[in-house]
Design a protein around this ligand. Sequence first.
Ligand SMILES: *Cc1c(COP(=O)(O)O)cnc(C)c1O
Ligand SMILES: [Zn+2]
Length: 408
Amino acid sequence: MTDSLARRLTCIDCGAAHPLAYLLQCERCHGLLELTYDLDRLRRDGPAIFTGTGLWRYAPVLPIADPAHRVTLGEGGTPLLDCPRLARDLGVRRVLVKFDGSNPTGTVKDRSSATAVGAALQFGYRATSVVSSGNAGSSIAAYAARAGLRSLIFAYERASAPKLLHMAATTADLIIYKGVYDDLITLWDRLVEEKLFFDCGASRNAYKQEGKKTLAYEIAEQTAWVPPDVIVAPVAVGETFIAMLRGFREMREAGWIPRVPRMVAAQATRANAIARAFREGTAITPLKIGYTVAEGLAAGNPGKKGDWVLRLLREEKGLAGDAEDEEILDAQRRLARTEGVWAGPTGVATLAVLIRLLARRQLEPAQTICVIISETGLKTEAEVPSRVGAAFDYDSLRRLVTERLPAK
Ligand SMILES: *Cc1c(COP(=O)(O)O)cnc(C)c1O
Ligand SMILES: [Zn+2]
């Protein structure tokens, strides 16, 4: 197995290089840090450097050095589904769905939890913590348990029942907080400084974010190193978006792929600080937000990560959009009916945004468009169909079947 090719942490603002320590910001200018790798080695060895399956197949481009710290529940290696019926429905040449709902806790968060908890082991921590609307909490709790670490999970009071059940099952320390993510995260981020626990939050930790980069590597490999023209990715704070774009840039620099796909940042209209700033050509103004069905995207103040997303969107000529809750629920039904993929509202906001951008002719339909569907539908609540049961005898049963399925 190839070692990690991570070499240093680099400041995204001033470029200062730092050693591979547990550092959350640049020591010179307090900017965010990103991991940099031995790209010459990637160029020389090519994709044959990857061995094994799942997320840790990509260990050479992840920052966890010791294989003993590579905690796993079987994450990654999720399907990239060619969706011709959905493509026809949307009037797009080709649509690919990257279904990350098939991860162990049902969301994309398992990618970052694997490297977050791996990094907690790497730096000798015994406890982790996270502030979550539900998905990060259930994922970090599961990975911490798997690694034998404690997890102090702060969960949104409006998190759906399946998420709360999941968290209560996997951690002994579940704390429900009042208000939304933004109300607690600044206070919690201050506690991170005191090193009472390992930072499994989304604001700063480069090691945690890095796991989500494997989405880009998987998509590239699943398309034989000719990635789709466009990728629509969900954005709450921006980890998924930033990590994916970094992955594609690494592969382009290593000469593995001809170009970086055009990246579209998808948000819920009720938490659209980044999409709005992009549209208006301004800096981000933090929003006071309420509830959105896309619970996992409910962040009104994406902080420095949000600024980073905006910068990347402008550098790479990306696109940003948002969709209202009703559009998200409509996209959820449409995906389930046309392709059998049952996604949660957070996970399907990308498709709703794609539908809107196509309707407004902001995206060209004669392309291959990949949508990241980041959450299974099994983790959220919705209105349940009527439970009033019917009693049948043979005749009434036969009548029903022949009515519903008339003979050809
Ligand atoms: C957290 C989350 C996201 C995106 O969050 P980022 O912080 O922007 O990476 C997307 N989908 C789901 C299901 C999530 O839980
Ligand atoms: Zn700096």
